[in-house]
Design a protein around this ligand. Structure first.
Ligand code: NDP
Length: 448
């Protein structure tokens, strides 16, 4: 509930300016609620008007993407880039290719990205982009033609000092390669710092594919240890999704001593009480882009079900939603709490509804919000930019050690801010406040 009159007014303006954008309003509301306890101790953020500027994107770009399919027919998609906030560095945030992409989704992701990037302590602002294009079922040649057309428009808005896109849902190494190739051809510059998530042979960083999933587990490890003197050892874990984030979260949670017993994709979930065999998942999802239900053909101990949301009925100690927004609702949350879950951390962006988050916090479940828990991906993207600028490549262990340090820092700054605001242990408030203060101070110092 928003009780502060000033913040109610700010939210009212956001509602008026962004009609029909439920995801963006949900994200804005959560952040404004978190700023209530901050305003009680730091009234200058109200007096300066910085919050009103903070909720309005600096720039929102939308463009036509024409491309030819394999039968020679013209197809049209719509592309977007929101350049939300550049107070602490160039806009930075991924590109999502998915049929559900629309201004609301791009704006919610870009808004959250500002705070996430600030939490990493690296000098990067917030942006996000994408298109309502579905790479599923398209040939490599079709994906290439789409990416080239998308970049033919986007290139004029990006660059190592302005805006640095990366991957997200539907945009992996293959798409980044095609996008980067087109950027290089159009500009005539080998400007590796203009995109991250690149292949290793043309400026990519080791650990980037693993970074979000590994970082999520490093964050959970800190949260379990710092708030409950617990660890991953011998815990049962459920992870939704079976894409980039979910796969590497599964790998790291297993390495830290946990047993991951369920994963899903958009067509169903699998339950393997003996522990997920990740090599089988990688072969199905990464090598063949197949359906997760095929797991049961190879692993007799597992069962599959076509209803992916039932994954939350599987009893677990730790739940890591790593698929998509609003995938974990109030009903699923109640089941998880009843089944004794002790920690939940968001690998995906905004996978828990506002109601679900409230239930977890009220029940005393440790809760790691996305902008803190999944910041490892963008953190290593920023490390990729540093390596590109120095024309150096760091070893796997060097990057992994830096990632661990960054995730520890994010946990401690979020936890400390939760205490400063009188909401000890509420990392939703803590992460929003810690991320906000740095950006807001930079905006005020620079006259917005
Ligand atoms: P991928 O495209 O690699 O994987 C997404 C996974 O989620 C797939 O397994 C997909 O299934 C599944 N999925 C999609 N929609 C649903 C649904 N409605 N129900 C169940 N499963 C679903 O994406 P990423 O792993 O990269 O991203 C996942 C989330 O993490 C997103 O919210 C993204 O914004 C966030 N994130 C990603 C980062 C990164 O570095 N990649 C960084 C920070 C956040 P299917 O295979 O059937 O499509």
């Amino acid at each position: 509930m928003l009780e502060n009159k000033y913040l109610q007014k700010v939210y009212g303006t956001v509602v008026k300016r962004n009609p029909g954008e439920p995801e963006f309003l949900q994200a804005a509301r959560e952040v404004l609620e978190s700023l209530e306890p901050l305003l009680a101790i730091r009234p200058e953020y109200e007096q300066s008007g910085v919050i009103e500027a903070f909720v309005e994107p600096e720039r929102f770009i939308s463009f036509r993407v024409p491309w030819y399919d394999d039968s020679g027919r013209l197809q049209i998609n719509r592309g977007y880039r929101v350049q939300f906030n550049s107070a602490i560095g160039p806009y930075k945030g991924g590109l999502r290719f998915h049929p559900t992409v629309c201004p609301s989704v791009i704006k919610f992701l870009g808004f959250e990205q500002i705070l996430k990037n600030s939490l990493t302590s690296l000098p990067i602002g917030g942006g996000k982009g994408g298109a309502d294009f579905d790479p599923k079922g398209k040939s490599d040649a079709e994906v290439m033609r789409f990416c080239q057309s998308f970049m033919t428009e986007l290139y004029r808005h990006i660059g190592q000092f302005t805006d640095v896109p990366a991957g997200d849902i539907g945009v992996g190494g293959r798409e980044i390669g095609y996008l980067f190739g087109q950027y290089r051809r159009i500009t005539g510059r080998s400007e590796s710092g203009a995109l991250t998530g690149k292949g290793l042979s043309f400026g990519g960083s080791l650990v980037r594919p693993e970074a979000t999933g590994y970082g999520l587990c490093y964050f959970v490890q800190e949260m379990l240890h710092g708030m409950k003197q617990e660890s991953f050892k011998d815990k049962t874990v459920v992870i939704s999704g079976s894409g980039n984030v979910a796969i590497y979260a599964c790998e790291k949670a297993t390495a830290l001593g946990a047993r991951v017993v369920a994963m899903c994709d958009s067509a169903g979930f699998i339950h393997d009480p003996e522990g997920i065999k990740l090599d089988v998942i990688k072969e199905i999802k990464l090598d063949r882009r197949g359906r997760i239900s095929e797991y049961t053909d190879q692993v007799p101990s597992a069962q599959s079900s076509p209803c992916n949301s039932d994954i939350w009925n599987v009893k677990c100690d730790i739940a890591l939603p790593c698929a998509t927004q609003n995938e974990l609702d109030e009903k699923a949350t109640e089941t998880l709490v009843k089944n004794g879950v002790i920690a939940v951390a968001e690998g995906a962006n905004m996978p828990c509804t506002l109601g679900a988050t409230e239930i977890f916090l009220k029940a005393g479940v440790l809760f790691g919000p996305a902008k803190a828990a999944n910041a490892g991906g963008v953190a290593v993207s920023a490390l990729e930019m540093s390596q590109n600028a120095q024309r150096l490549s760091w070893s796997f262990d060097e990057v992994d050690a830096k990632l661990l340090g960054i995730m520890r820092g994010i946990f401690s700054s979020s936890y400390d801010a939760s205490k400063t605001c009188g909401r000890p242990g509420n990392l939703v408030v803590g992460a929003n406040v810690a991320g906000f203060i740095k950006v807001a101070d930079a905006m005020i110092s620079q006259g917005f």
